[in-house]
Design a binder for this molecule. Sequence first.
Ligand code: BJW
Length: 254
Amino acid sequence: MDDQAIHPPAQALAQARSVVVLTGAGVSAESGIPTFRDTMAGLWASFDPQQLATPEAFARDPELVTRWYDHRRLGCAACEPNPGHLALARAQGELARRGGSLTILTQNVDGLHTRAGAENVVELHGSIMTWRCSKTAEPVTPPPPPEPWPEFPPISHAGAPVRPDVVWFGEALPEEALERSFEALQSCDLLLSVGTSSVVYPAAGFIELACANGARTIEVNPQETPISSIVTWALRGRSAEILPRLVAVAFGAA
Ligand code: BJW
């Protein structure tokens, strides 16, 4: 992507008062975490994530589903935030100093935005680091990484299988996360959609909501997505390369 293309969206970022950033798996891909729709590697290559991330799969085979999630939990814990995460945390600080705000709505369950120093992070699809009893919803603390759970599925004091505190297909998103998202979307003047395929609802509908409220929009993704045709600026490339450039042009070198 040439330098000229980044100036108009960077100027919009520098001038915005209220920014929403919607992030997806592409942002964490730069930290080495496979995207949701990537083909899985090794042991898990023959499984389809879309078939595993459901309450039905957990009910049918809790051992398989919890093994997969624990494998991913330990993988996420071993990864570090990348320059894309760090650029968003910096943009948040710069906007706050100017009396503005930046809210991160993330579909990722890896906690890397917070580990990069960002605040005001809404975890739309929960967290893979926290687990709970599937019967009582009481939190059950997993062993500290790199330790796996001692048994699969882990069993709670209530005698029920323990599950990751993530949102599966067909499950409702946490109410508080939705409320905070809609509040931020109603008042934002700029929305960035970064590293998401924009096919999973309700997050996939956020861009249209922001547009309907008059916000300008930026997409950062190496590939076209269903929202590419409606955004104000589509920046084609990797988030760990584009976000630091965007933030440096908007606010100056760090
Ligand atoms: C890069 C890059 C680089 C690569 N730099 N970019 C309306 C219409 C149709 C269907 C529905 C609808 N409303 C609801 C539905 C059903 C369903 C849904 O959306 N289905 C669609 C698939 C059709 N939605 C739900 O079920 C949701 N629940 C719901 O709506 O409940 C209603 C309800 C109300 C009341 C009671 C009960 C129910 C829940 C959705 C939960 C999604 N959960 C998952 C799993 C989380 C746990 C886990 O991680 O295992 O969340 S699914 C999966 O998809 C995961 C992700 O967060 C999510 C989005 O994926 P994402 O982030 O976009 O990743 P990828 O892999 O798809 O894309 C990566 C992108 O990065 C690509 O574009 C690459 O090009 C790009 N990329 N490298 C920048 N370096």
